[in-house]
Write a protein that binds this ligand. Structure first.
Ligand SMILES: C[S@@+](CC[C@H](N)C(=O)[O-])C[C@H]1O[C@@H](n2cnc3c(N)ncnc32)[C@H](O)[C@@H]1O
Length: 217
């Protein structure tokens, strides 16, 4: 990764079990702190860091992205894949700005409309689940309004969503239904997941993730 050295400090927010954290650690000598509010994910990532012998430069911590208590200017790069939606893009970018050093960068992904006039079922799904969804130009305008300039942006391929998320989710939904055959709550949750997968299968031309690289202005 050009421009990233052993003194570069990275904060990975909403890291999950560290899919992207481990790629970052493997592709650069930077020092990474990864945070998530789900302790089992953090335990799994710290176990993996120990197994790989990289605990000197990768540390995972339980923390809420809404109240990160790092000192101002602690990081050169904030990475947030598939997680800023939890706070909302504007709230996250405004809140986390103080954590960045001068000329600090943010890399994030956010779901965007790819074309107008989605089918009614798709529009209703997003209105209910994430009404803040917008198209790329509206997203770029919003991030610039939060005090960042856009260095680069590109759409992620549909395969990123299907291969790494919906396909495993689909397998888990089927197994989950069998395990909780007699639990109506569990079946309702499985229905919700299935509905989301079905919407994606039918309408994935209409929305997808954008990847943005931003610099503090
Ligand atoms: C869709 S997952 C993305 C995980 C990972 N970045 C990836 O792309 O595989 C969102 C993550 O945000 C975490 N999360 C949810 N609310 C959070 C919060 N308030 N603070 C920190 N992490 C949170 C979840 O536990 C989950 O791991």
């Amino acid at each position: 990764m050009p421009g990233v050295g052993p003194r570069t400090r990275v904060l990975d927010i909403g890291c999950g079990t560290g899919a992207q954290t481990l790629v970052l650690a493997d592709s650069s000598p930077s020092r990474i702190v990864a945070v998530d509010n789900h302790p089992p994910f953090i335990d799994a990532l710290n176990r993996e860091a120990r197994r790989l012998g990289i605990t000197d430069r990768l540390e995972a911590r339980v923390a809420d992205m809404r109240s990160l208590d790092f000192a101002d200017g602690s990081f050169d790069l904030i990475w947030c894949e598939g997680a800023i939606y939890i706070m909302g893009v504007e709230a996250g970018l405004r809140d986390w700005r103080r954590l960045l050093r001068r000329n600090g960068h943010v890399a994030l992904t956010e779901v965007c409309w790819r074309k107008p006039a989605p089918p009614a079922e798709c529009a209703a799904f997003w209105k209910r689940e994430y009404p803040a969804i917008r198209d790329t130009s509206a997203l770029l305008e919003a991030v610039e309004g939060c005090g960042y300039e856009t260095v680069a942006h590109f759409p992620l391929p549909a395969s990123a969503w299907w291969d790494d998320f919906y396909r495993p989710l689909q397998d888990n939904v089927a197994a989950f239904r069998k395990r909780h055959r007699d639990a109506p709550d569990a079946q309702a949750l499985a229905d919700q997941c299935q509905h989301e997968i079905d919407i994606w299968r039918a309408c994935s031309d209409f929305y997808g993730y954008d990847f943005l690289v931003l610099r503090v202005r």
